[in-house]
Design a protein. Structure first.
Length: 202
């Protein structure tokens, strides 16, 4: 499964922390057998730790997946820093941002995305103050307001960000349901070009 940079090579040095060893072994197994067959017991054997020790770091496989995703998110942030949004309109910024985000998401493959973007994953809560993606959109809209953009009457910046976040989640769930039969970034960019006309009128 293509994905972000690993924390360490496949052969582990003794100085690696236990959490790093668990994570690296899990990534290796995830690539080989997929999420459903990912065994906590086998991870612990390979990482040379007890099952009890595993649960001091991760509550379950879902939390392990979240750890993997959050490490990868740092790579995504670095890519964003290399992008120049300065000359784009508000619509173009949002469209391109979500396109880049979907390139990142698609790189994990359907099975990983299916299990990460799960209703049981607390990080999927759009009302969380730590929702990384929505914070970027909030910033784009706020910057546009500072330059004179007027929001639709009765709508707040955060309410609009929630609308846009719900769209992207719907696209992801459709992509997973169709087992990746369409290109996620392309469909996302096309969808936002159409949706933004109504959500954020020029």
């Amino acid at each position: 499964m293509p994905g972000p940079t690993k924390v360490a090579p496949a052969k582990y040095a003794n100085e690696l922390s236990e959490k790093d060893r668990i994570f690296n072994v899990a990534v290796k197994f995830l690539e080989k057998v997929g999420y459903e067959k990912l065994s906590i017991r086998k991870i612990c054997v390979e990482a040379d730790i007890s099952v009890g020790k595993f649960y001091t770091y991760f509550k379950n496989k879902q939390e392990l997946l979240s750890h993997f995703y959050n490490i990868a998110l740092k790579d995504f942030d670095q890519k964003l820093k290399s992008e120049d949004f300065s000359n784009l309109s508000l619509h173009e910024k949002i469209t391109e941002f979500y396109g880049i985000y979907m390139e990142f998401t698609q790189s994990f493959g359907v099975e990983f995305v299916m299990h990460y973007f799960d209703s049981q994953n607390e990080e999927m809560d759009i009302h969380s103050n730590n929702n990384h993606i929505m914070m970027v959109i909030d910033q784009f809209i706020t910057e546009a307001i500072q330059k004179g953009y007027i929001l639709p009457e009765g709508r707040s910046v955060h309410e609009i960000s929630i609308d846009l976040c719900m769209i992207v989640k719907g696209i992801i769930f459709t992509w997973v349901a169709e087992r990746g039969r369409f290109d996620l970034p392309t469909v996302t960019r096309d969808m936002y070009k159409r949706a933004l006309v109504g959500i954020l009128p020029a």
